[in-house]
Design a protein around this ligand. Structure first.
Ligand SMILES: Nc1ncnc2c1ncn2[C@@H]1O[C@H](COP(=O)(O)OP(=O)(O)O)[C@@H](O)[C@H]1O
Ligand SMILES: [Mg+2]
Length: 402
C-alpha cells in the first residue's frame, strides 16, 4: 500500500490517463489518484465500458485506462471489445460492484491488471495503478515453431478472405510475426483488398521445391504493415497450374522457423496444396454463412477434414450473420452440420464498405463491438492460447499491454 500522496512522481505510464466511471464519488477518487500519480490532465468521464469504447474510437488510445463495468450486461465481452482498440502499451484497470471471484479471474486472464470493488479509496486506486505500471510490457516470446492456421470457405463470397486478413492483422498487432498466404494463385484477392501488388516469385517457389531458401521467400513476400507480410500471386488465367504440394511443404517448413504465425487463405478447389494445408494446420476455420447450401458444404468439409485428420482443431465460423437471404436458425444449422458454431460475426455492411474504401482489414475499421470482439475471440481461439500455459502473456494480455 502507498501511504500518503506521492510527491513529484512522473507519470506512471506514458500517454493519456482515461477513466470512464459511472458515479461522481468514484470519479473524484480516481481523479485524485491519477493526479497524485503524476498525470497532468487525467481525463475522467462519466459512463461505463460502452462509453469508454466510443471515446477511444473517436479520440486516441490511452496509455492507462480505468473502466467501470458495474453497468455492463456482459463485462467480459465489453472488455474484450475494448481490448481490440487498445495498443500493446495500454494498462487496464476495471472497477465494479460485484464481488465475484470468477469474474475477477476471467478479467485477470484477459490481461486486465486488477479489478477493484466499489467503494474505493484513492489510496487503493493509486496502489493498483502502481502495480499495473510497475513492469514493462513483456515482448512476446517466439515459439520454436510457427502456428499454422488455415481458413477455408464453405462457399465463395462468405468472407473467408476478409476473416483470414482480419485474423492475421490482429495477430500482427499482438507482436506476432505473421505471414498471410493466399493460395488462390489465379483469383486470390488478399493483396488487392489491401491495395498492394502481390509480390513476384510465389509461383516459382511453389513449383521448385529444391530452389527454395529464405532469401527467395523473403523476396517473394510483400509487406502489409508492421509484422504482417503477404505471399500471393495473380497468375494469368490462361496458365494451367499443376503444382504439387512439395514446394508448399518446403515453404511452410522454412517459414515455421522464422515467423510466429502462418495464416493460409485456402481456395475451395481441393487440389493437392489445399489438402496438404488441411493435413498440417494447427487449427482450421471453416467460414460459412447460415444459408442452406453453405450448411450442406460446411458439413461436407467437416467430413473431409476429419477424414484427412481425425483430431483436427476445427472451428466453424459464421460470417455475415443476419444479412443473408434464407438463413436457417443457428440451432438448425448446428444440428445440420453436427457441430457447434464457434464464432459468429454479424453482417456489418458499414465495416465492409469502410474496409473496401480504405483498403484495410475489416476488423481495423469495424465499429460494431460484436464484430470486433468475435474476430478477436477467433484470433485467440485459433492460436489456442488457452492450450499454451507455458507462455504467460496470453494474446489478450498482449493487446492490453500486460
Ligand atoms: N461480416 C461482414 N459483413 C458484411 N460484409 C462482409 C462481411 N464479411 C465480408 N463481407 C463482404 O463480403 C464480400 C466477400 O468477402 P470475401 O472475403 O472476398 O469472401 P470470400 O473470400 O469468401 O470469397 C466482400 O465484399 C466483403 O467486404
Ligand atoms: Mg476469398
Amino acid at each position: 500500500m502507498i501511504d500518503g500522496p506521492l510527491a513529484g512522481v512522473t507519470p506512471a505510464s506514458n500517454g493519456q490517463f482515461l477513466a470512464v466511471v459511472n458515479d461522481a464519488i468514484t470519479r473524484e477518487t480516481v481523479k485524485t489518484a491519477a493526479l497524485q500519480m503524476g498525470w497532468q490532465n487525467p481525463k475522467v468521464r462519466e459512463g461505463g465500458a460502452d462509453a469508454a469504447l466510443k471515446l477511444i474510437q473517436s479520440t486516441a488510445v490511452p496509455g492507462f485506462l480505468l473502466v467501470d463495468i458495474s453497468d455492463s450486461d456482459d463485462p467480459l465481452l465489453a472488455m474484450s471489445a475494448l481490448a481490440g482498440f487498445c495498443g500493446g502499451e495500454t494498462h487496464v484497470l476495471a472497477i465494479g460492484m460485484l464481488n465475484d471471484v470468477a469474474l475477477y479471474r476471467r478479467l485477470i486472464e484477459m490481461g486486465v491488471s486488477d479489478y477493484l470493488i466499489k467503494p474505493v479509496s484513492s489510496q487503493a486506486v493509486m496502489a493498483a495503478i502502481q502495480t499495473a505500471t510497475r513492469d514493462e510490457p513483456r515482448p512476446a516470446a517466439r515459439p520454436t515453431s510457427a502456428r499454422q492456421v488455415a481458413m477455408i470457405g464453405a462457399r465463395g463470397g462468405v468472407g473467408t478472405t476478409t476473416i483470414a486478413l482480419s485474423v492475421a492483422w490482429i495477430l500482427s498487432q499482438q507482436q506476432q510475426q505473421v505471414v498471410l498466404v493466399d493460395l488462390d494463385l489465379h483469383f486470390g484477392s488478399l493483396a488487392l483488398s489491401l491495395d498492394i501488388e502481390p509480390g513476384r516469385g510465389f509461383r516459382e517457389i511453389l513449383g521448385s521445391p529444391d530452389r527454395i531458401d529464405s532469401l527467395l521467400i523473403g523476396a517473394a513476400m510483400t509487406s502489409a504493415g508492421d509484422r504482417l507480410r503477404i505471399l500471393g500471386a495473380e497468375e494469368p488465367l490462361e496458365d494451367t497450374l499443376n503444382l504439387g504440394n512439395d514446394g508448399l511443404a518446403t515453404l511452410l517448413t522454412d517459414l515455421t522457423t522464422s515467423v510466429d504465425c502462418i495464416v493460409v487463405d485456402l481456395p475451395r478447389s481441393l487440389g493437392p496444396m489445399t489438402r496438404h494445408v488441411l493435413g498440417v494446420a494447427d487449427a482450421i476455420g471453416i467460414v460459412t454463412d447460415l444459408s442452406l447450401p453453405a450448411m450442406r458444404d460446411t458439413q461436407r468439409l467437416i467430413g473431409l477434414i476429419k477424414a484427412i485428420r481425425e483430431n483436427a482443431r476445427l472451428f466453424v465460423i459464421v460470417n455475415r450473420m443476419g444479412g443473408v437471404a434464407g438463413e436457417v436458425s443457428r440451432a438448425d444449422f448446428e444440428r445440420g452440420i453436427g457441430a457447434k458454431i464457434a464464432y459468429a460475426i454479424p453482417f456489418d455492411a458499414k465495416a465492409a464498405v469502410a474496409a473496401a474504401e480504405r483498403a484495410k482489414p475489416l476488423v481495423e475499421v469495424a465499429r460494431q463491438p460484436k464484430t470486433v470482439s468475435e474476430l478477436h475471440g477467433l484470433a485467440v481461439g485459433l492460436l489456442g492460447a488457452e492450450e499454451k500455459p507455458a507462455s504467460p502473456p496470453t494474446l489478450l494480455r498482449r493487446i492490453l499491454g500486460k
